[in-house]
Unconditional design. Structure first.
Length: 287
């Protein structure tokens, strides 16, 4: 698979998921919350391509609407955690001293606590809801962005163009926004792309445990939770939302790897060096 295919294929898959989430009300064949006990636990067929659940609800419609929840929560969590983490990391790296030490010790403490332990604690305190799940994921994952922003800011702070801007009397805020942020942003985008897949999995995990999006709102995690007790008799309840989750996370991870190769300066330098070494050299003309 060449470099263009590595980026194009996962991007198309993620784009299809986004379109499915946006146009779910138009594409869904049924109301995802419509209960019809007369058609409960129907296997996949013409009128219900993914079958029905224990309450007679169409699984395909619920998976479509669950896509909206997963993408919305993941995108919001990545944005909130990214903005907070990048801002704190850049300020800590630029100011240094006790402020940088305090911020990075907080980062170490948060990263040392297991995700589910911290997430369950936050959700129990705030209560399970869509907004609180976003807040919970942002609180848990912002240190990843803060760490890369901190290290990149430390590297950029000693470069010549930053020292020149400081010598001309530019303010710290202007230097951070004009010179440091463009260096931090590509790395933060790569981290955010890779984190997006984790956010989808974490949201599904919290919903599976009953700590995420609450019924009757459709979520991949809650659909999997409802289907686990029927795994032997109604395989479709857990299979189809599990496949939807698997394909999305795989596509996002592949997209993150491709974005890292394109945006990471070290990776780009390595690729350029390899291409130069592979380039055939022309023979020198005789004297």
């Amino acid at each position: 698979m060449n470099g263009r295919s590595r980026l194009t294929i996962p991007l198309v898959i993620v784009g299809l998921y986004v379109l499915l989430a946006v146009f779910a009300p138009l594409l869904a064949p049924d109301d995802p919350n419509a209960v019809a006990l007369a058609r409960r636990l129907l296997p996949p067929q013409a009128h219900h391509l993914m079958g029905t659940d224990a309450l007679g609800r169409d699984v395909l419609s619920r998976v479509m609407y669950g896509t909206r929840v997963s993408l919305l929560v993941a995108a919001a969590a990545v944005v909130v955690a990214g903005v907070a983490g990048v801002a704190l990391g850049m300020v800590a790296g630029w100011r240094g001293g006790w402020l940088g030490a305090v911020v990075m010790r907080i980062v170490d403490v948060v990263l040392s606590v297991p995700f589910f332990l911290l997430a369950v604690l936050v959700v129990v305190v705030l209560g399970p809801s869509l907004v609180n799940v976003v807040v919970c994921l942002a609180i848990v994952r912002w240190p990843r962005y803060a760490r890369v922003a901190y290290s990149t800011t430390l590297q950029t702070r000693g470069r010549g163009f930053v020292r020149a801007a400081t010598a001309t009397g530019a303010s710290g805020g202007w230097i951070l926004a004009r010179h440091v942020l463009p260096e931090v942003l590509p790395v933060a985008i790569v981290v955010g792309t890779l984190e997006f897949g984790l956010m989808v999995v974490y949201e599904a995990s919290l919903s599976f445990l009953g700590l995420g999006v609450q019924p009757p709102t459709a979520s991949w995690g809650s659909i999997l939770s409802d289907g686990q007790q029927y795994i032997a008799t109604a395989w479709w309840l857990a299979t189809f939302p599990g496949l939807a989750l698997f394909v999305l996370v795989l596509a996002v991870n592949l997209l993150g790897d491709a974005a890292r190769d394109r945006l990471d300066p070290a990776k780009r330098a390595t690729v350029t060096r390899r291409r130069f070494l592979r380039r055939p050299r022309t023979a020198e003309a005789p004297a």
